[in-house]
Design a protein. Structure first.
Length: 69
């Protein structure tokens, strides 16, 4: 896509993006890190990557095997 655009168009897009980003409020990581940690710890009980998926609710469990007689 960028190959089809002139340098002027690309610079215009970059300027528009920077104008959007300059309005974002920024918060120091030292302030947000404890909030992120507490959120992750509060949600860990429901996280299937931590506690696993019950066999009866696992959609990827093999339904049956192949039987050759």
């Amino acid at each position: 896509m960028a190959r089809d655009m002139s340098d002027k168009d690309i610079m215009k897009m970059e300027l528009e993006q920077l104008q959007k980003e300059v309005n974002n409020t920024r918060i120091a990581i030292s302030t947000t890190a404890p909030e992120i940690i507490s959120f992750i710890e509060s949600q860990s009980a429901d996280d299937p990557l931590i506690k696993g998926v019950p066999e009866d609710k696992n959609p990827f469990k093999e339904k049956g095997g192949c039987v050759i007689t």
